[in-house]
Ligand binder design. Sequence first.
Ligand SMILES: Cc1cc2nc3c(=O)[nH]c(=O)nc-3n(C[C@H](O)[C@H](O)[C@H](O)COP(=O)(O)O)c2cc1C
Length: 331
Amino acid sequence: MTLAIGDIILSGRVVLAPMSGVTDHGMRRIARRFGASLVVSEMVASDSFVNGHEETRLRAEGTGINPHVVQLVGRDPFWMSEAARLAEASGAVIIDINMGCPAKKVTGGYAGSALMRDLELALKLVDATVSAVKVPVTVKMRLGWDEATLNAPELARRCEAAGVKLVTIHGRTRCQFYKGTADWTAISAVKRAVKIPVIANGDCSSLETARAMLFRSGADGVMIGRAAMGQPWLVGMIARGLNDHPMILPSLNERRDAAIEHYQSLLSSMGLEVGIRHARKHLAAYSEIRVQEGAAISAVEREKIVTTDNEQEVISLLSKFFAPEERRSLS
Ligand SMILES: Cc1cc2nc3c(=O)[nH]c(=O)nc-3n(C[C@H](O)[C@H](O)[C@H](O)COP(=O)(O)O)c2cc1C
C-alpha cells in the first residue's frame, strides 16, 4: 500500500519525523536511501529562513533527497508565505506546517502547538502558505493543547477545507510534552473527520507497534521519530514490513558506511567545531543501538567516541563498532 500527498505518490507509508537538532540533511538522506517513504526537515523558522540565516538554510537543505519536504514554523502569515515560496524555489516538493512543537520558546511566540489554541490564526497561516505555492501543503499537529481541548479533528477538518493535502497527528496533547504514552485510538477521531490521508505519530519503534498504531487509529501511515536515532534505516525496514516484504537489516558494512557518511556530512556542512558537537548525539545513538544488538563495545570506547575531536578516531571507532564479532575479537 502507498500514500498520496496531492499528486505525489509515495513508495510506502512510513515517514521519518521532523526532529530539530536531529534530522539533519545527512540523516534524512540516509533514511530515504534505506527506504523511508518520506523524510521531513527539522522545523525551519519562517522569518529567519527568508532573512537568509545560514543555520536555518542548512535545516532546509534537500540536495539528493526526493521527495524533499521542508517543515516551516511561524506565526506570521507574511513570513510563512514568503518562506514557503523560498522553500519551493529551493526544491521542496511538499511544505509542512508545524503546529505540534510544545517548546516554550516556540509556543511562547504563539507558533507550534500554541496555534491549536488559536485556530483563526492557524487557518490564516495555512491559507497564506497554500496560496503562496503550487506544491502540496501538509500540517503536523498534536491531539490538542490539553485534555480539555482535543480539537485536532476540528483543526484537521478546517485545514482540509483550506487545501491541506495530509495531516500528521502526534497522539499526545501539548501539555503532555513527551510524557506518558501516545494515544493512538484518539487519532481515529481525526481520521473520521477528514478525507485527506492521516499519519499517526508517537511511540512507534517496530513493525508490531506500526501495525498496532494503524489498527487503532485507522490512519493511512505512521511517522517514526526518536526510534530512528542511531538507526535511520529502521524507517525503511518498517515501510517494507508493512508492505509484506522481508524486513532485512542492512549489512554491518552498509550500516558502518552510512554512520561514517552521516558523521562526515555534519563536519562538511557545519564546519569542524559545530559539526563535531552536533554529531555527538548521533554517535551516542549509533553506539547505543550496536550495544543493544549485542556488540562488545566498552564503556571507554563509548565515552571516547563522544568526546574526541579527532575525525579519524571517530571513523576507526565506528568501523570497530560495526565490525563482525569475529573480526572485533581479533583486533
Ligand atoms: C529532539 C526532538 C526534536 C523535535 N523537533 C520537531 C520539529 O522540529 N518539528 C516537529 O514537528 N516535531 C518535532 N519533534 C516531534 C517529533 O516529530 C514527533 O512528533 C515526536 O518525537 C513523537 O514521535 P516519536 O515517539 O516517534 O519520537 C521533535 C521531537 C524530538 C524528540
